[in-house]
Design a protein around this ligand. Structure first.
Ligand code: HEC
Ligand code: HEC
Length: 212
C-alpha cells in the first residue's frame, strides 16, 4: 500500500521528470538535423565500417543497387528494421524526415545524387530575393512573357509602385491576369515575395553587393 506521502513523492518526481523531458522534445522538433548530422549521430556506428553486413558509406555498388528502390522503399525498411538493421537505426529521437535525410546523405556519399527532403515541421531558411527570382520569377519576368514587367526595367516597374511597395506585394500574393498568385510558388512567404520584387525593381541600378 502506498501512503499519502509516497503518493505525493511520486507526483513530485513525475512532474519533475515531465519538466525535464518536455523542453528536450520541443528542441528536437524545432531543430531537425541534416542528413550528415543524422549519420554522424546514429547511422555511422554501423554504416561507416559495414558492421554486420550494413552497406558501407562510399560503397557505390551496394548503394546504387539499393537506391533503385527509391527513397520511400528504403525508408520503409529503415523505419521497420530489416535483419540486423535495427528499427529507426536504433535511435528513437529521430523523426521520419531525419531518417530520410540520413539515407539520402549515405546515398550521396556513395555516388548518388539525391535531394535531402525538406522538413515539414521546421521553417525553411529564408531565401534571398535574388535566389527566388533566379529560381522562379525569371520564368516570365526575364523576357516579359505575357506582359510581365521585365527585371530591372524601371520604366515598367515605377508606375506599378505608385500605391507603394506593400500594395505591390499584396498584388503579387493574390496574382492577377497572367501573374499567378505568389508568382506560381505557393510556398513563398510575403517577406520573400517582397525581397524578390525589390530585387527585380532594383536590378542593375545599384551595385550587386548592396542590392537586396
Ligand atoms: C546497429 C547497426 C546499424 C545502425 C545503427 C544503422 N544501420 Fe542501417 N543497416 C544495418 C545493417 C546490418 C544493414 C543490412 C541489413 C540487411 O540487408 O541484412 C542495414 C541496412 C540499411 C539500409 C538498407 C535497407 C534495405 O532495405 O536493404 C538502409 C536504407 C539503412 N540501413 C539506413 C540506416 C539509417 C538511415 C540509419 C541511421 C538512422 C541506420 N541505417 C543505422 C545496420 C545498422
Ligand atoms: C507565369 C508567369 C509569371 C511568373 C512565374 C511570375 N510572374 Fe509576376 N507577373 C506576370 C505577369 C504576366 C505580370 C503582369 C500582370 C498584369 O499586370 O497584367 C506580372 C506582374 C507582377 C507584378 C506586378 C503586379 C502589379 O500589381 O502590378 C509583381 C510585383 C510580380 N509580378 C512579382 C512576381 C514575383 C515576385 C515572381 C516570382 C516569385 C513572379 N512575379 C513570377 C507573370 C509572372
Amino acid at each position: 500500500m502506498l501512503t499519502n506521502i509516497d503518493k505525493r513523492q511520486m507526483l513530485v518526481t513525475t512532474l519533475a521528470l515531465a519538466a525535464l523531458i518536455v523542453p528536450q522534445v520541443a528542441v528536437a522538433q524545432t531543430k531537425e538535423r541534416s542528413g550528415k548530422e543524422v549519420v554522424e549521430a546514429a547511422c555511422g556506428n554501423c554504416h561507416v565500417k559495414g558492421e554486420n553486413g550494413a552497406p558501407k558509406i562510399g560503397d557505390q555498388k551496394a548503394w546504387s543497387n539499393l537506391s533503385k528502390r527509391g527513397l520511400s522503399g528504403l525508408t520503409d525498411s529503415a523505419l521497420a528494421g530489416i535483419r540486423k538493421m535495427p528499427p529507426h537505426g536504433a535511435n528513437l529521437t529521430l523523426t521520419d524526415t531525419e531518417i530520410k535525410r540520413g539515407i539520402s546523405y549515405m546515398v550521396n556519399q556513395s555516388g548518388g545524387n539525391w535531394i535531402e527532403p525538406a522538413s515539414r515541421t521546421a521553417k525553411p531558411v529564408p531565401r534571398t530575393g535574388q535566389q527566388i527570382v533566379d529560381a522562379q520569377c525569371v520564368k516570365c519576368h526575364e523576357k516579359g512573357t505575357g506582359g510581365a514587367p521585365k527585371i530591372g526595367d524601371r520604366d515598367a516597374w515605377i508606375p506599378r509602385l505608385k500605391s507603394g511597395l506593400d500594395s505591390l506585394v499584396q498584388s503579387a500574393v493574390n496574382g492577377h491576369g497572367g501573374m499567378p498568385p505568389r508568382g506560381g510558388a505557393a510556398n513563398l512567404s510575403d517577406a520573400e515575395l517582397k525581397d524578390a520584387i525589390t530585387y527585380m525593381v532594383n536590378k542593375g541600378r545599384v551595385p550587386e553587393s548592396t542590392a537586396k
